[in-house]
Design a protein around this ligand. Structure first.
Ligand code: UDX
Ligand code: ADP
Length: 471
């Protein structure tokens, strides 16, 4: 391996969210000689990253608290001092949020790049000497070009000589999945680095080589790297929509979606991962990235390709609506005034993240139908649920209401149905006999994840509906 001249000593990561926080914690733990500043404008978030109470970190990820406690204030620092951290760094990761645009050109499809642009401008203003700028957030293809333009225009400013600025832009998309972020970061399938300048690519590769074999590091041009991230997420989401569409067909025909998944997953060309039927995919990436892909296709006149990917999103929304309809139908065609216990609000297990969670639309649909929901999630903050449901629900005036619960049993008291929406491990081991005894009869258990012990539930007197199995 060639020795690279440019050595990274100080990293600044702009954005202390679900990507920036865990990624930098793992880099800090693997590279004790690199000093890492994770900075954010949100001072409450930074205060929580610095909290002595490690259960209060703003991101819940198994194993994250341990790493933060080992590295924090040694070579890992969380701060709101964005400008000085930029000044000190020779490598800057952009890990800011890039949600779908709410208004203007491309609204509902294109990513809103205002946070990326703002942080690139800050880098342009405060960076000194040679600085490698790394795109970490998922971004539309050719965003690196925008970043380059912002950075190069700053060089025309009068401070050029004073700061001796030199920039190189890399794309290094993050493939971690929430809930398994630490494991994914410590042992990734691959690392993707896109760029034009070999020395910068190797400087970043050298950081990863501290714990990852070089054969896992893929070097590409900038655009391939950006497009690969969108494509990977689109393919994963497509698998989920595919199995969810087949789940509906299983219910109609008497097939069992678990059996079908197992049978097709044994084909090594298909593989057995990402074949679990559920209430529809959520999370901050899948929908946003497919919308980006659709926008890109339309921009380049590829309407048929755009329509193809749009189908993946349509099946997802249809799946969410299909579940709310099934619940209403099971409860004799009306849920008005009925108490329903909701188990799980996060978009998947082992995270406190609710972004795009199917629970939001399913709960909103049920509230609109007049149901009274009691929501239990082991990790999601009740304030977040309130935020999500108030944004989504347009029926504050109606008789319906919702509450959060501290336990499954509290949520279940006097309820007509229990709906499992998130695949939390603890839902596999519920004592249905105990739960059933406090519910109103006839009582339903709706399992949208196929994880409950349904035999125990049925023998406890519950009527059970499992996605892709029962109709
Ligand atoms: C995803 C990608 O996996 C990751 O590589 C990328 O960096 C970010 O986006 P994430 O959103 O954290 O990660 O979660 P993921 O595990 O991919 O699950 C996404 C959604 O699909 C969840 O709602 C999950 O419950 C659902 N899902 C996943 C299924 O319904 N069935 C499956 O078989 C797999
Ligand atoms: P992700 O899942 O991509 O990590 P998050 O929303 O969890 O997204 O985190 C992005 C973080 O970036 C937020 O905490 C936000 O406050 C921060 N952020 C956005 N713009 C800037 C900026 N210009 N400077 C510093 N932090 C920023």
């Amino acid at each position: 391996m060639k020795e690279n001249k440019f050595k990274v000593k100080t990293i600044c990561c702009i954005g202390a969210g679900y990507v920036g926080g865990p990624t930098m914690a793992v880099i800090a733990s693997k590279c004790p000689n690199i000093k890492i500043y994770v900075v954010d404008l949100n001072d409450e978030r930074i205060a929580r990253w610095n909290s002595n109470d490690l259960s209060d970190l703003p991101v819940f990820e198994p194993g994250l608290d341990k790493i933060v406690s080992q590295c924090r204030d040694k070579n890992l620092f969380f701060s709101t001092d964005v400008n000085n951290s930029i000044k000190e760094a020779d490598m800057i990761f952009l890990s800011v949020n890039t949600p779908t645009k709410a208004k203007g050109i491309g609204a509902g499809q294109a990513s809103d790049l205002k946070w990326i642009e703002a942080s690139a401008r800050q880098v342009a203003e405060f960076a000194e000497g040679k600085t490698i700028v790394v795109e970490k957030s998922t971004l539309p293809v050719r965003t690196a070009e925008t970043i380059k333009q912002i950075l190069s225009s700053s060089r025309k400013n009068s401070n050029e000589e004073q700061h001796n600025q030199e920039f190189s832009v890399l794309s290094n998309p993050e493939f971690l999945a929430e809930g398994t972020a630490i494991k994914d970061l410590q042992n990734p399938d691959r690392i993707l680095i896109g760029g034009e300048d070999e020395s910068s690519i190797e400087a970043l590769a050298e950081i990863y080589q501290n714990w990852i074999k070089d054969e896992k590091i893929i070097r590409t041009n900038l655009w391939s790297s950006e497009l690969s991230k969108l494509t990977a997420n689109a393919f994963l989401a497509q698998r989920v929509s595919s199995i969810n569409s087949i789940a509906a067909l299983c219910e109609a025909t008497g097939a069992n979606v678990n059996e079908v998944s197992n049978a097709i997953g044994r084909d090594s060309r298909i593989g057995n991962k990402f074949l679990k039927a559920g209430p529809g995919f959520g999370g901050s990436c899948f929908k946003k990235d497919i919308l980006n892909l659709i926008y890109l296709c339309k921009f380049y006149g590829l309407q048929e390709v755009a329509d193809y990917w749009e189908g993946v999103l349509k099946i997802n929304t249809w799946t969410q609506n299909r579940i709310s309809k099934a619940i209403v139908q099971k409860l004799f065609g009306t849920v008005s005034g009925k108490k329903i216990a909701i188990l799980g609000f996060a978009f998947k297990a082992d995270t406190n993240d609710t972004r795009e969670s199917s629970a939001i639309s399913i709960c909103s649909n049920l509230i609109e139908e007049g149901a009274n929901l009691w929501i239990y999630d082991p990790k999601v903050n009740p304030k977040q649920i309130e935020l999500d449901l108030n944004i989504q629900s347009s029926c504050k005036e109606s008789i319906s209401s919702w509450n959060t619960s501290d336990s499954i049993i509290e949520a279940a008291i006097d309820s007509d149905a229990i709906v499992v929406l998130t695949d939390w491990e603890q839902f596999k081991y519920v004592n249905w006999e105990e739960v059933s005894s406090v519910m109103r009869s006839p009582s339903w258990l709706i399992d949208t994840r196929n994880i409950v012990n349904h035999e125990n539930a049925i023998s406890s007197g519950l009527r059970v509906w499992r996605i892709g199995i029962d109709n």
